[in-house]
Design a protein. Structure first.
Lengths: 351, 351, 351, 351
């Protein structure tokens, strides 16, 4: 793990930061040389993450976030900080010529007004929106290679866009009336100390939250709009699962008359047949979150319901790996001229 | 628990049987005098359920199912056996003048052909279908009082019908295009020894199953059709949660133009304002399965999505209590002339 | 729930407070008329605990803690606040003639010095220590009836003392060399917002904590000393389980030479044969936390290991019910002249 | 992953088999060319393990176990079958000159009589006991390199022996009076369809099992006896955790007079300072099962209790990786002349 390309991580104490540490500890062409945290500066990484004890990465000292220092030390910086903070730090790093993979939402929405309407803050780096690339490798791989700023996709959008893209871009489902019913593991709710995510509040229970108002909605609509070639409105709704990792989205669409299940399968296979990380399940079987745990896989299964004329698509990802830090490493690999799979070759973690 | 009305239970070894034992151990007007199981006959109930140790009910001996003996000993019998077996035993008991609460699906579907099409078996007691009452107390309370056979509703249908009945019967949502996305705890999958429901296969994971083909579909469509006054087709789909108990259904409907959220609220309050067991959540809050745990409550919350014109209803029940054995006891209470709440006055079990 | 004896609860927002609310909502001789919380004053109880929605208790308004008001309104007050705060409020209430059940440790340790050494605070109400009664009903039932202040036992001590009392008081095990290896569900860690008890930190994991230093140690040693008739030192160690409720303690003792397993059984049966809430398991079976969930039961099983000369005792309780609020209600029942079982007649919650 | 040394696996359908498949799918010097299962022969591996879909290993066809075929195709065979079956297949393979890593207990106990007494079967290959090597790499690494048969250690023994070996071999604790209180995740109970390991029977609960009678006892005593240089008897007892993976053992010993905590630390560091896979925790911190998840680490922490004169050692491993299949791969690496860490370089899986 020595002598890789030096990279940094701003915001190491959340679950996305933890997952980046896990992945990069086994990446032999990239070396994490800076990890920052306002609350834990001065400690070794293994002090806050004992799972890194006796591993080289565990010895790295956590520092205060310092843009100058990051720019001097790193070729690329991952940002795992809240939106708004990210646009500030990310913008300054990019100004200094440092590549940036931003895990926040700040550079995902191309239209500043839509961003400001959903996120309720001003966008102060509108100048960078045109060059920021939406880092979903299946559709933007080539652009990512040349990007200085990559907006790493949200977890829910990754599961929803990969599920719907093939059938929307081929026009076999109605663009109206789509329902995306998503369920996420609790790591998606962050690592802040809140009563609502205490063990005894989440364990052995299940709930819906943020119905109709989740901030990933405009991101999903933006990318589905690109696929469909027209402006899209979807009903996107989220639920909290008592599991650590994993998102499963059940997506309801109206199939256009005369489209056969076989044709739908052909379209999925055409879209993803050569994609290492999207697995289209055979007829009769459906994804489960455990089968993608710890990996970049997006598993997709579908059923055509003849009674109601619906195509129902089920997609599953690991929200921390494919939905955040793993995808960030894939993007960094591309931006640094490395093989996209570097450091991400792990088999799913079962059971 | 002494000297209550004598009742019996056929099929005590599953989760519905276990839950009936839990509830009846605290019921002071009904006394469980027969519990049967082919596999465990001869044992005391506390031998298979140590939670009943040192409780009077724990001393009851499990017997082989014997219709004559049940008829002689019991005024009412609960059937917690698979469909097909239930119609046979239930029919014979009813022929002998014993009241029956059947937790299987055998008497739920009024149309024999629909039953046979979904359940793939012949219905041998079609003669009893006209008199069997669908035991959802909110809508059939009076009929249950006079019934000899009550078809205890399915768990998913209970959550779906209570959610949709008020808005369908008042005609404020379209009957077309309804999606019911349901998620159930693992006790709903039964207590049979199967690899698929082992702890390590379910824990920390989530999956969809039985998409478009779940046998509760015709039951839901039948009762929603009664509410709407027209034949209904819905898209009903199910998922497995890594929790013991609880069903949460997220139901998507198209609101008719001009119907305000306030009006929807009025309709729910009109329907359930006097119903002890249906709680309509205030605006801004939504049900969670933990808040109904161990009880008869069906919690209902809703959101109107102005962007998509949808009314989204979230309903939560305990699948074992409201969705099976608790509801069975409520029906038995009615059939035996007792207060419907007898033995069911428990507060939700939190956390 | 109307017109019972008026009681109050100081500190309603933690898990002990939540459990008291659950139990008292079904208690028909005691009425909760005051619930206090500094952080949630002004809200209705159902605002913070939606599981109480539409139940009479849910309508109760939370108030700021006010000793004068409590004294005027209540015959008895439960204290579910941290140690030190409890001795202050509890002492003032007792001075005003109000009965107090204190769920903290402040009045449990009879020796002020030992208290101060383990809890690192001064005891300002040493005057009340002689009259405070340790509220373990099996051993102090009669004293509790006449008490003005009851020190409600800790959760771990309840499981440990009930396990060891019969064999220590009869002198069949050595007083030296006892190891109590205890494991507790996460509700025992409280409802404060801390990273360490977030779902993703606890779920699917297990750890030891507080080895050799847990503050329940002096309480255990005090009561075992009473049983043994001599000063006791034990090795008491604790672990955190990824479950909501439940404590299971595995206790290792050295059996004195010549004591047979049959004799040990006789002693347990003599001690607890007439105790409704202590269940001695038959040979060959052992307690599990699920079998006592939601109840006052302490389940006890044991094994004699001929190879090592050890008697190993396994005891299980529900840490919130028997280990805190249920036991508090039992004590309050006694202090108010009610049947000790009032409001506590529930069957274990399975699964 | 192509063109590695060909190896086989007998018994792929259990959790140890599943874990071997996970690890070997990323091993680039060993190639799994045969996987057998009586029940699933004829299927592709990804048919039973969808997590392997679209991975090269997923395409491997499951065959019936056939010793001749295995001997022809493989240089080394892993046995993940029950004891007794293993001694038969393993013996025949060894007779044909094939190297064997046996995950069962059949070759772990050097004394045939002790084996037969605890396992209640005859040992039919006593001739192989002298040459079989107990595959705990920290102590038998060199012997494993030359072995034809390696007895892969049990999961509990791995955690117990690594915890106690340094202090027993240096004679700083008494050999009498040792208590090993172990807790294991449910994957340790196997993948057979049994009611007792269904999700709803294990989830949100905790129990002791097999007190004083666990078959790993003689294995622990044998190896601790080697360390101590004298025959050992320990009290070893086991509990079932509602987690997928992980064992945590809390071990109680009596420290000899005058031995300081610093000296104990020195001994652990001397024993494991150069061992990549044993991590000795700094003072004040203790292992948790999540910090070793998916890895070969055995994490060890300890506390000296001055009040009772005890040294308490806490050790944690992943029962499937370090406690079974990962250790098997480490042994296979040694036997095949590969670097011991090949295929096992993963960081712990958090959260």
């Amino acid at each position: 793990m020595s002598a890789g390309i030096p990279v940094g991580l701003v915001g190491v104490t959340g679950y996305a930061g933890m997952e980046l540490a896990r992945i990069l500890s086994g990446h032999d062409s990239m070396e994490l040389v800076r990890v920052t945290s306002r609350s834990d500066a001065g400690k070794k990484l293994s002090d806050i993450y004992p799972f890194l004890l006796d591993m080289p990465l565990g010895k790295l000292e956590i520092t205060m976030p310092d843009v100058e220092d990051l720019a001097k030390s790193c070729k690329l910086v991952f940002l795992a900080v809240p939106h708004k903070t990210a646009m500030d730090i990310g913008g300054r790093l990019r100004d200094m010529g440092v590549k940036v993979v931003d895990l926040s939402a700040d550079f995902r929405i191309r239209d500043r007004e839509i961003y400001e309407q959903w996120y309720k803050v001003d966008h102060t780096r509108e100048d960078l929106l045109p060059e920021a690339v939406y880092g979903l490798p299946e559709f933007y791989r080539e652009k990512v290679r040349d990007a200085m700023i990559v907006a790493n996709p949200g977890c829910y959008p990754t599961s929803a866009i990969l599920a719907l893209h093939p059938v929307l871009s081929e026009g076999v489902v109605e663009t109206e009336g789509i329902v995306i019913d998503s369920k996420s593991g609790t790591s998606g709710a962050g690592r802040g100390a809140k009563v609502g995510t205490l063990f005894c509040e989440v364990h052995d229970s299940f709930k819906a939250y943020g119905l109709t108002t989740h901030r990933h909605t405009p991101e999903i609509e933006q990318e589905l709009g690109v696929a469909a070639g027209e402006s899209m409105t979807v009903s996107f709704n989220t639920h909290l699962l008592p599991i650590d990792r994993g998102i499963l989205s059940t997506t309801y669409t109206n199939l256009k008359p005369g489209v056969s299940p076989q044709h739908v399968r052909t379209l999925f296979e055409k879209a993803y047949g050569n994609e290492r990380w999207v697995r289209v399940f055979p007829e009769g079987s459906l994804p489960e979150t455990r089968w993608v745990r710890g990996t970049m896989f997006c598993d997709i299964g579908f059923v055509v319901d003849q009674r109601t004329g619906r195509l129902i698509i089920v997609s599953a990802i690991d929200n921390l790996c494919r939905g955040a830090s793993g995808q960030a490493v894939a993007n960094a690999n591309l931006m640094l001229g490395l093989d996209i799979e570097k450091g991400l070759e792990m088999a799913p973690f079962m059971p």
